[in-house]
Design a protein around this ligand. Structure first.
Ligand SMILES: O=C(O)CCC(=O)C(=O)O
Length: 261
């Protein structure tokens, strides 16, 4: 395995739009495996993305094509408690505008210390009224993605206020340094596997429009949505430009700088 790129000397890094320095961002990201960026989406962008996400997930009241039910248990009817969809930007102009926005890519490149590719976008939909079934178990993204090195960054943007009650994301600080963690099936028939951690995750409640930016090896999950409304999020995933996926070069994945208008 190629080792992760270590944070470079931060002295040359410039201020970010939120006033926090890129150096402080990098320090937090490489210390905890996650960093919070506030005010990444305007209220209008949140409203527009909610419309796009609802359209992407549901068609005439039923799950649309390409929607994955992460709460699925083999042999049981679909519960539709925790839904995911990938690559919305390829068919939705509002999502495409997020992929092409000029401000996020330099911030992500500053975190990873070099050029990045867009690996995917994806959206998570935690439905209301499904209780425990909408919980997302602790996992490492790279358990599924097989990127080498695993230096990929998810910019997870809240489309609803994410709270303890509706299942905000939780992260195990420092777990991005643990390498590949064993995952096992939490129960018979579950589609997702769960990682074990002796260290408690830290909950990150954030308002709609804020982002949580995590490394692909950071253990994370989210609690159940116990409220009467959905908890939605839209995320962009960037990977180091020279990484491989399942041993193959990633030249088919666009360089993020080329997508930016
Ligand atoms: O939205 C969530 O609850 C989980 C997000 C997640 O697992 C991810 O962005 O990798």
């Amino acid at each position: 395995m190629t080792p992760s790129r270590q944070p470079a000397d931060a002295a040359d890094l410039t201020s970010t739009s939120t006033g926090a320095t890129a150096a402080a961002d990098r320090e937090a990201f490489w210390r905890d495996g996650v960093v919070r960026w506030d005010g990444v989406l305007t209220p209008q962008q949140v409203a527009d993305l909610r419309i796009s996400v609802e359209k992407a997930f549901f068609s005439a009241g039923r799950p649309a094509e390409g929607v994955r039910d992460l709460s699925e248990r083999q042999g049981e009817p679909l519960d539709l408690a925790l839904l995911q969809k990938v690559d919305l930007w390829q068919s939705d102009a509002t999502c495409e505008a997020q992929v092409r926005r000029p401000d996020l890519v330099p911030r992500v490149e500053a975190l990873l210390g070099g050029p990045v590719r867009l690996f995917r976008d994806h959206s998570f939909y935690k439905a209301a009224g499904k209780g425990e079934r909408s919980r997302l178990v602790l996992h490492q993204d790279n358990r599924y993605w097989h990127l080498d090195p695993p230096d990929a960054v998810t910019v997870w943007m809240a489309l609803d206020d994410a709270t303890l009650e509706n299942g905000c994301v939780q992260y195990v600080h420092g777990s991005h340094r643990w390498g590949r963690v064993e995952h096992t099936r939490p129960e018979e028939g579950a589609v997702l596997v769960e990682a074990h951690s002796d260290q408690e995750p830290v909950a990150y409640p954030v308002p709609a429009g804020s982002a949580l930016v995590h490394h692909a090896n950071t253990l994370h999950g989210s609690g159940p949505n116990l409220t009467s409304g959905p908890r939605r999020a839209y995320a962009l995933v960037f990977v180091r430009a020279d990484a491989t996926v399942r041993g193959r070069p990633m030249t088919d994945f666009p360089l993020a700088a080329d997508l930016v208008k």
